[in-house]
Design a protein around this ligand. Structure first.
Ligand SMILES: Cc1ncc(COP(=O)(O)O)c(C=O)c1O
Length: 362
């Protein structure tokens, strides 16, 4: 069987996998309400919020779409972009708010206050929006610092934490983040099928003040109405809810901060291995992601390394968008990938340094 070191869907624990076979019950029943309530309370602790966490059946893209459709129409929104997922977030927003602006820096560089201060000062947006962990390039942005600066300028903050929540430090209320999105199938170690939008009271009030929400199925006013009864408005992805509950129980049994540490340790193994193999981390120093490590091994080697790793049963990811065919990415996201990182880096060292020299010639 293959071992997967890709940025999701991630492998899940056996108990989580088995939990997905739970009974199919009505989402207007007590068992579902209990399931929903437990998942919501546990998710609040992972987001670090006492606010709302809505669970939407779908993937991270849908959570982002729900966030921008409900929060950003008729506002002055500024997106801080440093890669494919930041760009997609911005493109989704432009559908609901054609005036949304983007400030883009080079892929691989990290976003911090120093780099975004001037554009925030110049534009004075009502919302500052960014991705915490740019999965396409393995870069983690300084959400804490940027949120504090945006707040000091009177802006609200929307963060995509799709590939960081549960794996990289994130403290929604403490850092002053008003709205945040994520998904089940990455650092939380749950199956795919659920996406989350977390909102504080100010963000919810902002939505409730809107006359018209330009979406039916993703209208978060409707989600709130049902949320207050521990229900979803529409048919939920029940197998994933069962899997999520088990994955969140396991997360809390390990401890959230321990999980962050596990990701940091696995990331360190990946970074050391790629350096020993003669490659450079694509991420700028100080912004290296703890859930994904990207590197450029030389175009001719990309497919050869991936194939040689696969022949050892180790699956890693290639590049996305403009980095397709140029980049390799080793994910260490979720509890199973982080625990098995040794196998991945051992295979990489073998492939690159020893026996397989001949496969590296394109
Ligand atoms: C940072 C980030 N945002 C959004 C998404 C989109 O998520 P999904 O593929 O679940 O729709 C991804 C997926 O990898 C991601 O990494």
């Amino acid at each position: 069987m293959s071992q997967w070191f890709v940025p999701g869907p991630v492998p899940v624990s056996e108990k989580t996998q088995n939990a997905c076979a739970g009974e199919m019950v009505s989402h207007r029943s007590t068992p579902f309400r209990e399931l929903y309530a437990e998942c919501t309370q546990r998710l609040q602790r992972v987001f670090g919020t006492s606010g709302y966490v809505f669970s939407i059946t779908g993937s991270g893209t849908l959570a982002n779409e729900a966030a921008v459709a409900n929060l950003l129409p008729n506002t002055k929104a500024l997106f801080l972009v440093n890669g494919e997922f930041g760009e997609r977030f911005y493109q989704a927003a432009k559908i609901y708010n054609p005036d949304a602006q983007a400030f883009t820096i080079e892929d691989g560089l990290g976003l911090n206050v120093e780099r975004v201060k001037d554009v925030i000062d110049a534009q004075m947006p009502q919302w500052v929006c960014l991705v915490q962990n740019e999965t396409a390039t393995g870069v983690t942005n300084d959400v804490k610092g940027i949120a504090a600066y945006a707040k000091s300028k009177g802006a609200k903050v929307l963060v995509d934490a799709v590939s960081s929540l549960g794996g990289i430090e994130f403290r929604m209320d403490e850092w002053g983040v008003d709205a945040c999105t994520s998904a089940s199938q990455k650092s939380l170690g749950a199956p795919p099928g659920l996406a989350f939008v977390a909102l504080n009271e100010a963000a919810m009030a902002h939505i409730e003040a809107q006359q018209r929400i330009p979406t039916y199925g993703l209208n978060l006013k409707t989600y709130k109405k049902f949320h207050l009864k521990n229900e979803t408005p529409y048919t939920p992805c029940l197998p994933t809810f069962y899997g999520l509950r088990q994955a969140l129980r396991e997360l809390e049994a390990d401890g959230l901060e321990n999980r962050w540490r596990m990701h940091a340790d696995a990331a360190q193994l990946a970074r050391t291995a790629i350096a020993e193999c003669g490659f450079e981390n694509f991420a700028e120093d100080g912004f290296e992601s703890d859930t994904i490590t990207a590197f450029l091994p030389g175009d001719a080697r990309v497919e050869a390394i991936k194939k040689a790793m696969a022949s050892k049963g180790i699956q890693i990811a290639g590049g996305q968008g403009k980095w397709k065919g140029k980049m390799l990415r080793i994910a260490h996201i979720g509890p199973e990938e982080t625990r098995h990182m040794d196998a991945c880096v051992t295979a990489l060292r073998n492939v690159v340094q020893n026996a397989q020299a001949e496969v590296l010639v394109a």
